[in-house]
Design a binder for this molecule. Sequence first.
Ligand SMILES: *[C@@H]1O[C@H](CO)[C@@H](O)[C@H](O)[C@H]1NC(C)=O
Ligand SMILES: *[C@@H]1O[C@H](CO)[C@@H](O)[C@H](O)[C@H]1NC(C)=O
Ligand SMILES: *[C@@H]1O[C@H](CO)[C@@H](O)[C@H](O)[C@H]1NC(C)=O
Ligand SMILES: *[C@@H]1O[C@H](CO)[C@@H](O)[C@H](O)[C@H]1NC(C)=O
Ligand SMILES: *[C@@H]1O[C@H](CO)[C@@H](O)[C@H](O)[C@H]1NC(C)=O
Ligand SMILES: *[C@@H]1O[C@H](CO)[C@@H](O)[C@H](O)[C@H]1NC(C)=O
Ligand SMILES: *[C@@H]1O[C@H](CO)[C@@H](O)[C@H](O)[C@H]1NC(C)=O
Length: 470
Amino acid sequence: METASAKSVFFVLLLSLLSLHVFSLSFSPIDNYLIDCGSTVDATVDNRLFVSDSSCADSSYLLLASSSRSVQLSDRIYDSARFFDRPSRYVFKIRDQGTHMVRLHFHQFNSSKIDFDDAQFHVLVNNYVVLSNFSGGHQMSSPVVKEYLIWVDTEKLVLTFFPTKKSKFAFVNAIEVISAPKDLILDTAQFVNGDKVENFDRLTKQALEVIHRVNVGGVKVTPFNDTVWRTWVPDDQFFRSIDVSRRVYFGGRIKYQDGGASREVGPDNVYGTARVIASANASIPNVNMTWDFPVIDGYKYLIRLHFCDIASISLGLLYFNVYVNENLAYKDLDLSFVTGYALASPFYADFVVDGDHSGVLSVSVGPSNKSIEYAIDGILNGVEIMKMNKSMGILDGELCEGVILKSWPRTNISLWFAFLAAVCVLLSLSVFVTRKKRNEGKNSVAWSKLPMDVSEVNSSHGNQQMSGKL
Ligand SMILES: *[C@@H]1O[C@H](CO)[C@@H](O)[C@H](O)[C@H]1NC(C)=O
Ligand SMILES: *[C@@H]1O[C@H](CO)[C@@H](O)[C@H](O)[C@H]1NC(C)=O
Ligand SMILES: *[C@@H]1O[C@H](CO)[C@@H](O)[C@H](O)[C@H]1NC(C)=O
Ligand SMILES: *[C@@H]1O[C@H](CO)[C@@H](O)[C@H](O)[C@H]1NC(C)=O
Ligand SMILES: *[C@@H]1O[C@H](CO)[C@@H](O)[C@H](O)[C@H]1NC(C)=O
Ligand SMILES: *[C@@H]1O[C@H](CO)[C@@H](O)[C@H](O)[C@H]1NC(C)=O
Ligand SMILES: *[C@@H]1O[C@H](CO)[C@@H](O)[C@H](O)[C@H]1NC(C)=O
């Protein structure tokens, strides 16, 4: 009997060792679509292959290459864009239901053929309006990357580009649609509303737009160095500088633990740097560290705060309070306790707040009643601020999906139904393209691009002046 139980213990141990091994491998998403729009060749950016969409696009959709490559941009994906002079969509087959990361890359460039002043469009991800009356940033400025976290429980993710009117066009330079790690967004956060802190449920079902992603006390983290290809910017522009705080950097190993924040929630580069309040003598500094983030009124925001005690000399010495919008959100936070008594072990906390009229969302960390002299009395390693869809699935502007779909000019209502039917037929004819990455041979890509147009349906080859290659 004893040997049997010993065997099973050994087996369980082996299994957990195996699973540890699996967890230590880098994240490989089931759905992983990287599209280099408007390009005739694939582009590799930071070891990631962005596949050209040219073979799947209707020739009436202009693809455009930049005449002069901008010197400061090494990323090839910004050399080309695809233009749409009518509502158009990309349809992605979803194999892994759940939260998906959707990133849209926009960069205007100089062109003799296209006047970017005429770029004005809406973008929908499934039923969510993610961009409204958008122009794609400004020429000469750096690319604009919009990132969304969208729950998908259907078999498709449909990305619709919708010019605001017939004289305007839409464009996009690159698209990423990636299934998110299962532990990236959990279903419950803490809703901080004045003095009250209560559960906010069904978080995963909200559409989120990442507004700020900040590596506190550290350097910029690029997609190359992030486990799920995010960008984290330094916190200097948000931090209200105070004398007693200092930056800390940790060169050791971050202790990721099962059930805690994983490397996909925050990479080593984020947890390995922080700002702290330290007490160097027998008095505890009576100050907070505060960060201010500009936000737009009228939405709820998810605030994710990342902590990792990389500064204390031993366990049980760090206690502090966390405030959002000047309301106490987490009292006497004890990182030793919440990480199961480990130093340099990451922890994160999700808070939901209402954006108010101030246009600013503030996060503060400061000593608590339990703080200790001659110790660290406050720490913060990273912050993410995400905008949550308001009612009718709106993440930008005031128009909902229905209003946008109806806004495209059409002659009569029967044409509208024809259009809907056409969409259904087209959906069932989705084209799947499979490409093999030269060396790895396992990188399959399945997607299709479907044109949809109302008034052009009957006028056969109507408007083609946008077609052709420059
Ligand atoms: C774009 O065009 C403007 C005006 O024609 C010019 O001043 C600018 O240098 C050009 N930019 C690039 C990156 O070529
Ligand atoms: C769309 O943007 C343009 C210019 O940015 C502005 O003139 C126009 O009023 C906006 N329209 C709506 C409906 O917001
Ligand atoms: C990645 O991180 C390492 C170590 O932090 C740094 O030296 C390197 O420059 C980073 N690479 C990129 C592309 O950001
Ligand atoms: C502790 O140090 C701070 C700043 O270094 C100083 O302002 C304060 O007076 C000191 N307090 C005591 C009790 O020495
Ligand atoms: C820290 O900020 C909170 C919220 O604004 C405030 O109640 C508290 O008094 C501040 N603490 C200090 C020492 O300023
Ligand atoms: C700290 O202790 C004081 C006095 O005991 C109390 O009034 C105050 O509410 C406590 N502050 C917090 C944030 O718990
Ligand atoms: C976001 O949209 C969903 C439906 O798509 C809705 O159930 C939810 O209430 C919206 N969120 C907010 C905060 O209004």
